[in-house]
Design a protein around this ligand. Structure first.
Ligand code: FEO
Length: 395
């Protein structure tokens, strides 16, 4: 279990969770990592973040390659969510002389999670000198939780922003340029869409606060996935800029569920209409696509089309489930439209419309419904309905 040098005086000592397949509902086919960093000064040593509780032995084993954990002087808790803070008590046991610090909200969160455990607060402007190597802090509320904080080592120009710039990706490589920039940026986008999308304003503010503080990181070392350095770093910052500014492509995401194939047939004909207008369409059957992938496609899309047949006067449960997923992520400022088949009674499109409008989608299109099985004329109408949405997107 090797510790990996990140920059002068800083080592990655985190853990790799190869088998994680779900992170609070976000599917993670590539697993994840819980990154922790050891910062060594001439006088003292700090551990930035811990790991999910079952991975503490892996963390301590990597730390032991550099220093006896009992000699660690400082533990920084950048974020109290259990994937980073769950192992804190076990780590403190192994590092009995360490002072533990967090943002003021983090102090409260640690006490809540760990039976009143008392730690110290640090605030913006505080500097902890490890001996020729310093740590500075910026609380970053809502990137990802109210307690979130960034830690910066100016001498090594290394920013440790916890969840920001993270990706859920387990790998033996530690840097974005080693796994390949294209893969790293895709996973960065999937993570942003499924974790940070509703917090875009706070993420943009965080990037601005780093610049205002005069921090000029050459390395950004997040708490999940690979580390950004060299040409990969400006590429990642540029992608974050696009997403926080709400950049959109001429793209429509079409998601649906089907009972006996009628809604599936309609979906494919609607997609044909969209494509015929030269607009990028991403079609997802909710029975087979991962919600995280649909949401990633939605990140830069201008419109969302949702389909369901009617069952028991309402939509299918997979459609309702995905709407619940989206309600938290709030992908507003986009067009939406609904369609579906029905048999003896209708109701699904009305339910879907109400839920989408409540999320914040703009819905200028007539709902598109077909009774029982779409015939030749129904399919022509479905294609034209898709074309109309595509034309609105292009306009
Ligand atoms: Fe990686 Fe918000 O925890």
């Amino acid at each position: 279990m090797r510790a990996v040098p990140v920059s002068e005086g800083i080592h990655w000592v985190g853990a790799i969770d190869w088998n994680l397949r779900d992170f609070h509902g976000y599917e993670t086919p590539r697993g994840t990592t819980y990154n922790a960093y050891l910062v060594s000064g001439a006088d003292s040593t700090a551990l930035i973040d811990t790991v999910k509780q079952p991975f503490v032995p892996e963390l301590l084993s990597r730390i032991s390659e550099i220093i006896d954990p009992a000699e660690i002087d400082l533990i920084v808790v950048n974020h109290v969510e259990p994937d980073h803070n769950g192992g804190l008590v076990d780590v403190i046991e192994a590092c009995p002389q360490a002072r533990v610090v967090a943002s003021p909200s983090g102090v409260r969160g640690v006490a809540e999670y760990h039976d009143g455990l008392e730690i110290e607060a640090v605030k913006a402007g505080d500097v902890i000198d490890l001996g020729g190597r310093t740590l500075r802090f910026l609380p970053m509320p809502m990137v990802h939780w109210p307690d979130s904080m960034f830690t910066y080592c100016a001498e090594s120009r290394t920013l440790m922003p916890n969840d920001a710039f993270g990706q859920h990706m387990a790998s033996s490589e530690r840097f974005a340029d080693e796994v390949g920039l294209s893969l790293a940026l895709t996973e960065l986008g999937i993570y942003y869409a499924n974790i940070l999308m509703p917090l875009g304003a706070q993420v943009a503010k965080a990037v601005a606060k780093v610049a205002e503080a005069g921090w000029e990181p050459a390395i950004v070392a997040p708490s999940h996935g690979v580390i950004w350095r060299g040409d990969a770093l400006p590429a990642a910052i540029q992608e974050y800029g696009r997403w926080t500014e709400g950049m959109r492509e001429d793209r429509i995401v079409l998601a649906y569920s089907t009972m006996w194939g009628s809604t599936d047939t309609l979906a494919k004909r609607i997609a044909d209409g969209i494509a015929a207008e030269g607009v990028d369409v991403r079609l997802h059957d909710l029975a087979v696509s991962r919600l995280a992938d649909i949401t990633y496609d939605l990140l830069e899309a201008k419109a969302f089309v949702l389909g369901s047949p009617t069952l028991h006067h309402g939509m299918l449960y997979r459609v309702s489930g995905y709407l619940t997923y989206l309600e938290g992520l709030k992908p507003s400022d986009r067009l939406a439209a609904v369609f579906g088949s029905y048999g003896w009674s209708s109701g699904a499109t009305k339910q879907m419309r109400e839920r989408l409008e409540a999320i914040g989608f703009e819905m200028p299109f007539e709902d598109h419904t077909v009774k029982f099985r779409p015939d030749h004329d129904d399919l022509i109408a479905a294609e034209e309905w898709g074309r109309a949405i595509a034309r609105a997107v292009k306009a």
